[in-house]
Design a protein around this ligand. Structure first.
Ligand SMILES: Nc1ncnc2c1ncn2[C@@H]1O[C@H](COP(=O)(O)OP(=O)(O)OP(=O)(O)O)[C@@H](O)[C@H]1O
Length: 254
């Protein structure tokens, strides 16, 4: 995936300015930045939901306008784990929705597709919940189901927008373990948007810091070595990174 010299405004409000970001196949890239820094906007541009004012985006080598292989991309949105308890779909149905792109909306599901749904649920440790209503699960469990939905069509690139917001700490730790095994066993390319800078540096191999412009993009070890200076540039004030006992960290104003 390649973002080249991309700028974007909502009306006359410039949100992204001359952004360049390359994600190599098999990489795990963490995209961090302050609220309103343009992370979700960049993801929407990559998914073709918005059109850049300037610059070009290429997916799997193809310009976005000509790209059609959307099943190669899995996406878990920010609000994925906030279904209310009355939402009328089972875990199985939610994951099956992830196959519609491949099957066409009106085809009946065959045995193969059903097996694929169960296999993917097993993969994320949620098979035993298949018949339960999605709204009855905890935030962490719902998040696993939405990852299964994104994975069921065998994507090559998985984009996760703030996937740990509203999820309890234990589930966050399990979630990062799941990401690591997905990457190892499925060979996925991962782009993870997160505020959790401590987790980012320990999990990903590249870090991209966005606040309208891309203030840093490089190796996570290089990021860790210059973290305070980069975060100062990114947030425009002193940032204290709180280390939790499980090694994750959050930026706060000091
Ligand atoms: N549809 C929209 N119309 C107008 N302005 C928007 C729209 N969506 C976002 N913005 C503004 O664009 C800026 C960037 O928003 P964006 O959601 O991309 O940032 P973000 O880095 O993802 O923030 P957060 O971490 O809070 O999700 C913000 O100032 C936001 O208020």
């Amino acid at each position: 995936m390649d973002v080249q010299n991309v700028s974007f405004s909502y009306g006359d409000r410039l949100v992204l300015e001359d952004v360049n970001l390359t994600v190599e196949r098999g990489a795990f890239v963490g995209l961090v930045g302050p609220n309103g820094g343009g992370k979700s906007t960049l993801i929407k541009l990559i998914l073709g939901l918005l059109k850049p004012d300037r610059g070009e985006i290429r997916l799997f080598g193809q310009p976005l306008e000509r790209f059609r292989a959307w099943t190669k991309i899995g996406y878990v949105s920010q609000k994925a784990n906030s279904f209310n308890s009355g939402f009328p779909a089972t875990v199985f149905e939610v994951v099956a929705m992830g196959l519609f792109g491949k099957m066409g909306l009106f085809k009946w599901m065959g045995k193969r597709e059903k097996e694929k749904v169960y296999q993917t649920l097993e993969w994320v440790g949620m098979a035993e919940y298949a018949r339960q209503p999605i709204g009855k699960l905890s935030g962490g469990q719902q998040q696993r189901v939405f990852i299964a939905r994104a994975l069921v069509a065998d994507p090559e690139l998985l984009i996760l927008d703030e996937p740990t917001v509203g999820v309890d700490e234990q589930s966050v730790a399990q979630f990062f373990a799941l990401l690591a095994s997905m990457r190892r066993e499925l060979g996925l390319t991962l782009l993870l948007v997160s505020h959790d800078i401590g987790a980012i540096t320990s999990m990903v191999d590249r870090v991209a810091c966005l606040n309208k412009r891309l203030h840093f993009h490089g190796d996570s070890r290089e990021f860790a070595a210059h973290r305070d200076e980069i975060l100062h540039r990114l947030y425009g004030h002193e940032v204290r990174v709180l280390e939790h006992n499980h090694g994750r960290a959050q930026p706060t104003r000091s």
